[in-house]
Design a protein around this ligand. Structure first.
Ligand code: MTE
Length: 338
C-alpha cells in the first residue's frame, strides 16, 4: 500500500470520505522535523481509511500466534461490536516497524519474542526478572474487552488476554517512594528497522518509553496483555507483552515491553518528548480538549460504516471509563494537564 501517485479513487473530495483530521495527522510533525519525503505519499490514515471502506485487505498471512488458557472477565465486556481480527491486526501503530498503518503487519513477522525477558525494578521491595513462561505461569490470564481510542481519532473494540498491571506490581512490592511507573519497549535496531532510520521510525527517540502515575498503574483497568482474540499477541500488536490503558489515548499503551521501572519522579514519555504542545503526559481521552490540529469530539470506528459513511461516533470522556477513573483526577485541570 505504498502509493506514491494518486490512485483513481483520489478524485473523490476528501471531505466526502474522511475527516479533516486525517490530513493533519501526526506525520506533519515528521515534516516539521525536516524529515521530508513522507509528504510525497498520501497520509497513512487516508490510506487506511480508504482500504477499510473498500474492504480491501491483504490476503491472510498466518501470523504466528498460539492459543492461550484464560477465563473471560465479564465485568469488562463492552456493549459494542468487536473490531474484526483482520482489522485489529492490520491497522496498527508500531513505529519501530514503519509509520504506515499496514507497515507493522508487513514488517514485524520475523520479530523474535522467544526468549524474552521482562524486568520489574526501581522503587520495589523485590526486583523481578521474568521470562515469558514464568510470567504466564505466575499470573492468571483473563479476557477483557476494551475500547481503544487512538489520538488520531480512530477507535476499535478489542478482546485482550492478560492480567492487571497491579497484580504484577504487588508481587514486586512498592516502596514508599513509588510515585510513577516507567515502561520501555525493546531496543533492537537489527529487528526493528524504524529504530535505525529517523524517517522510517517517525522521528521518535528510541526506545519508545511511556509512563503512568502510581495511582493510574494500580487502577484495575490498567492491563498487561499477552494476547488478543484468545491467542498470543501477533508481533504487530506488541508481542509478547504490552500495556493497555483504555481510558487514555492509544500511544500510552506501549508495546513489546522489556522493562517496568517504578520511580519517584515522572519519567519521560516518547510522544511528549517529540511534541510536548500536542501530546501530554496524561493523554486521557477527552472530547472537550482538541488536539491542536484536529477535533477530539468524535472518532472513526475502524471496520464499520460504508463507502460514503465511514462510521463516526461521539468520543466519550475517559473513553467511556469515567466511572472507574475520574476519581484519579479530582482537582486536576484536565485542559492544562492534557
Ligand atoms: N508502542 C510502541 N513501542 N511503538 C509505537 O509506535 N504506538 C502506540 C501504541 N503503542 C506504539 C506503541 C499507538 S500511537 C497506538 S494507537 C497503539 O499502540 C496502537 O495499538 P494497536 O496497533 O495494537 O492497535
Amino acid at each position: 500500500m505504498h502509493f506514491k501517485k494518486r490512485p483513481s479513487w483520489d478524485t473523490l473530495k476528501s471531505s466526502d470520505i474522511t475527516p479533516e483530521s486525517v490530513f493533519n495527522d501526526r506525520r506533519n510533525i515528521i515534516k516539521a522535523l525536516g524529515l521530508g519525503a513522507v509528504g510525497a505519499s498520501i497520509p497513512g490514515q487516508v490510506q487506511a481509511g480508504i482500504f477499510d471502506l473498500f474492504g480491501e485487505n491483504k490476503p491472510s498471512v498466518p501470523f504466528i500466534t498460539s492459543p492461550l488458557a484464560f477465563t473471560v472477565n465479564t465485568g469488562f465486556e463492552v456493549n459494542e461490536a468487536k473490531t474484526p481480527f483482520e482489522k485489529v491486526t492490520r491497522h496498527n501503530n508500531f513505529y519501530e516497524f514503519g509509520t504506515d498503518k499496514s507497515d507493522p503487519a508487513e514488517n514485524a513477522q520475523d520479530f523474535k519474542v522467544d526468549p524474552w525477558t521482562l524486568v520489574i525494578d526501581g522503587e520495589v521491595d523485590h526486583p523481578i526478572t521474568l521470562g515469558l513462561d514464568d510470567l504466564t505461569k505466575m499470573m492468571a490470564l483473563e479476557e477483557r474487552t476494551y475500547r481503544l481510542r487512538c489520538v488520531e481519532a480512530w477507535s476499535m473494540v478489542i478482546p485482550w488476554v492478560g492480567f492487571p498491571l497491579a497484580s504484577l506490581l504487588k508481587k514486586a512490592g512498592l516502596t514508599s517512594k513509588a510515585k510513577y511507573v516507567a515502561f520501555e519497549t525493546l531496543f533492537d535496531p537489527e529487528q526493528m528497522p524504524g529504530q535505525k532510520s529517523r524517517l522510517m521510525g517517525g522521528g521518535i527517540h528510541y526506545p519508545y518509553v511511556e509512563g503512568l502515575t502510581i495511582a493510574e498503574a494500580m487502577n484495575d483497568l490498567s492491563f498487561l496483555a499477552v494476547g488478543l482474540y484468545g491467542k498470543s499477541l501477533p508481533p504487530q500488536n506488541g508481542a509478547p507483552i504490552r500495556l493497555v490503558v483504555p481510558w487514555k489515548y492509544g500511544f500510552k499503551s506501549i508495546k513489546s515491553l522489556v522493562r517496568i521501572r517504578v520511580m519517584d519522579k515522572r519519567p519521560p514519555t516518547s510522544w511528549n518528548q517529540l511534541a510536548p504542545q500536542e501530546y501530554g503526559f496524561y493523554a486521557n481521552v477527552n472530547p472537550d480538549v482538541d488536539h491542536p490540529r484536529w477535533s477530539q469530539a468524535s472518532e472513526r470506528r475502524i471496520g464499520e460504516g460504508g463507502l460514503f459513511s465511514a462510521k463516526r461516533i461521539k468520543t466519550q470522556p475517559f473513553n467511556g471509563y469515567e466511572e472507574q477513573v475520574s476519581g484519579l483526577y479530582q482537582g486536576l485541570n484536565l485542559t492544562k494537564n492534557f
